[in-house]
Design a protein around this ligand. Structure first.
Ligand code: DC
Length: 221
């Protein structure tokens, strides 16, 4: 049996930072499911589709192939044979991912791949519905969150570090809208699984979060 750690939570809670570190420490594979939804979003954008064109999006899902590979331990997303990893962090792609991940056709395309990965490898998988829907039997489930202000501030500083000037209030509004959509969609919404441990990282350092999860994992054995 492979070991799986599911980390769910809203945008900007620090899931990917924590999951990457933990994967390195434990020698597991890190699976960033948000990147998969972003790859689908990029595909729709390139087709010139708008987020509200459900029928056309569902139809286009029949012809898309998303795969993942690892390059020096870093997840790469392959969209129809092309490595699109470098394009996925754009704000436009993130917004489209949030708006199109509400469709069951989009989700089903990716859930299958996510379950296959967890069956083959020890994984730390982060997303919105990992503990509730993708891997309901995950060995450890964490629900990672932080206040909207903390999350907006983290994103603002992250962009600033990359030399990108942004507006804090706009980022905060965008996060609030994304939270609302992720939590209120009909199919596999963002929700804390009953057996998930809640970690509010607003006042925690990365190291403290990692150590908490390692302690939770020890107890779960
Ligand atoms: O974590 P992220 O910002 O890269 O995710 C982008 C969008 O993808 C997010 O707004 C919601 C969606 N998503 C999802 O619906 N289910 C997942 N397991 C992961 C992401």
């Amino acid at each position: 049996m492979k070991y799986s750690i599911a980390i769910d939570g809203p945008a900007g809670a620090g899931k990917s930072t924590i999951a990457k570190e933990l994967a390195k420490k434990l020698g597991y594979i890190y699976v960033d499911t948000g990147a998969m939804y972003r790859a689908m979003a990029l595909y729709f954008l390139r087709l010139g589709l708008c987020a509200d064109q459900h029928a056309a999006i569902a139809e286009s899902c029949k012809n898309v192939r998303v795969a993942i590979e690892y390059l020096e331990g870093v997840q790469q997303i392959i969209l129809n044979g092309e490595n699109v990893t470098a394009f996925l962090r754009e704000e436009e792609v993130g917004r489209m991912a949030s708006a199109t991940s509400i469709y069951p056709e989009v989700r089903m395309k990716l859930v299958e791949l996510q379950r296959e990965l967890a069956a083959e490898e020890d994984v730390i998988m982060d997303g919105r519905d990992i503990g509730t829907y993708v891997l309901p039997n995950a060995n450890v489930k964490i629900y990672l969150t932080a206040s909207v202000e903390t999350r907006a501030n983290r994103r603002y500083l992250e962009l600033k570090e990359k030399g990108i000037e942004s507006n804090y209030e706009e980022i905060k509004k965008d996060i609030e809208e994304r939270d609302y959509r992720d939590k209120n969609r009909e199919f596999a919404p963002l929700l804390q699984a009953e057996d998930a441990v809640l970690l509010d990282t607003s006042d925690m350092t990365v190291e403290e979060v990692i150590n908490s999860i390692l302690t939770i994992k020890e107890k779960a054995k």
